[in-house]
Design a protein around this ligand. Structure first.
Ligand code: NAD
Length: 424
């Protein structure tokens, strides 16, 4: 089952919490409002032209202009982008942002491109969708394998097209182009804020909370560093090429710079510790082993559907904090519910990125930047506020957190659909 269908099934389950008339309005989310499919021809360094497939899916705009990231990945396809766009519609609603949902992507392995090829790809893709985006229409941001540099190229391409400066057209930009000081760490930071709230509410709280993190990119690495800084014990880390485990705890900072320079998590950690006494007890593990570790908190922060019907029974964590988008299949969700594992849903835990993007969009429109501490306080207020609403709904109605989160998102969207009527 593809990601869109997986998410849609959860929507269908959660709409039961709405009154009957409102349940019907949820049908407005069944199909994306617009799907743009483009050819992205790129002249490679040797002179030959290669054509890549790209998409922008604008799922729903009831709450505001479309908003969502752009991903470059060898395995991305339309069904995945549709699923991610639906998740964006729900995520923006949960945290109360005035945005609809969208997602974009190009089927490409960016690691095989030179810097010049990557720049041409970013600019041409943007050029192909340029008539469908803008500060009041659809605002792209980074996602897997895209970063502030890619956003800078895309913004430049947009501004050339409209013939004026338009800093609110793209978020996740470098600071010098009107980016937000918190955007780089925002998704990991928001996830850490949610984990703090969960841990506060768990009975039998231990002084030391053990954590395993899958994925060491923007989201996983920043989450791990912030959690480590606040005293969580990080016992395992990984990337696409495997990971490391140490019962006594790892310091993610020891890996960060080396990994950013192109190393692997395991290679970087061992390089830094091989000759030191502290490498005692370090084990190289693969990603399946990481998911099956006996830890308090498992944090999938890489890609979707990594926990599925095949491996969900192996999960021993008490809490699964979904930081990637859609890391659990529907079947995995059911298996974990039977095991009474607390699953904290993605559209809440990883909303920090889009929340800070919202601040960046606002400052681009007003020309009035938020200081880092103001952005931090406002992020915390929104994340913790959304978490409290969800937690209380889950306790009151005796429903799982995912149903409560989706229910809250759907009720916000439906309120707007009611004002608009059925002929939207
Ligand atoms: P990224 O490209 O910066 O990093 C991805 C990481 O996952 C890398 O370390 C990579 O090696 C690792 N990885 C890839 N395949 C893997 C596999 N099979 N097993 C283990 N590790 C694997 O991407 P990111 O921006 O950190 O995004 C990660 C997830 O978080 C995605 O699901 C993305 O949609 C979601 N997300 C990102 C943001 C954001 O602000 N960047 C916001 C919300 C959600």
């Amino acid at each position: 089952m593809d990601l869109f269908e997986q998410v849609w099934r959860q929507v269908v389950k959660a709409r039961e919490v709405l009154p009957p008339f409102e349940q019907n309005l949820v049908e407005r989310l069944r199909f994306p409002e617009r799907i743009i499919e483009v050819a992205v021809p790129v002249q490679m360094d040797g002179g030959r032209t290669k054509v890549f497939k790209g998409w922008r899916v604008q799922h729903n705009s009831l709450l505001g202009p479309y908003k969502g990231g752009i991903r470059f990945h060898a395995k991305v396809d339309l069904e995945e982008i549709k699923g991610l766009a639906l998740l964006m519609t729900l995520k923006n609603a949960v945290v109360g942002l005035p945005f609809g949902g969208a997602k974009g992507g190009v089927e490409v392995d960016p690691k095989r491109l030179s810097r010049d090829e990557l720049e041409r790809l970013s600019r041409i893709y943007l050029h192909k969708i340029v008539r469908f985006i803008g500060p009041n229409l659809d605002i792209p941001a980074p996602d897997v394998n895209t970063n502030p540099q890619v956003m800078a190229w895309m913004l430049d391409e947009y501004e050339k097209f409209v013939g004026e400066k338009a800093p609110a057209a793209v978020t996740g930009k470098p600071l010098e182009l009107g980016g937000s000081p918190l955007r780089e760490v925002a998704t990991g930071l928001g996830g850490k804020m949610i984990l703090d709230e969960v841990i506060k509410r768990m009975r039998g709280k231990k002084p030391e909370v053990t954590v395993a993190v899958q994925g060491f990119g923007n989201v996983g690495a920043n989450f791990a560093r912030l959690a480590y800084q606040d005293g969580y014990k990080i016992i395992a880390l990984s990337d696409s090429r495997g990971g490391v485990y140490k019962e006594k705890g790892l310091d993610p900072n020891e890996i960060y710079d080396c990994k950013a320079a192109g190393g692997t998590v395991a290679g970087c950690y061992l390089k830094g510790t091989m000759t030191a006494a502290k490498n005692k007890g370090v084990k190289v593990i693969d990603n399946e082993e990481l998911l099956a570790l006996k830890v308090d908190v498992l944090v999938p922060a890489a890609l979707e559907t990594v926990i599925n019907g095949r491996n969900a029974r192996n999960v021993k964590a008490k809490i699964v904090l979904e930081l990637a988008n859609g890391p659990l299949t529907e079947e995995a969700g059911r298996i974990l519910a039977e095991k009474r594992t607390l699953v904290v849903p993605d559209i809440l835990t990883n909303a920090g990125g889009v929340v800070v993007s919202y601040f960046e969009w606002g400052q681009g429109r007003l020309g009035w930047p938020l200081e880092e501490d103001e952005a931090f306080d406002r992020l915390k207020k929104l994340m913790v506020g959304a978490f409290k609403n969800v937690w209380e709904a889950s306790q009151e109605k005796k429903i799982d957190l995912k149903t409560a989160v989706y229910g809250l998102a759907l009720s916000r969207i439906v309120q707007v659909a009611k004002w608009q009527g059925m002929i939207g």
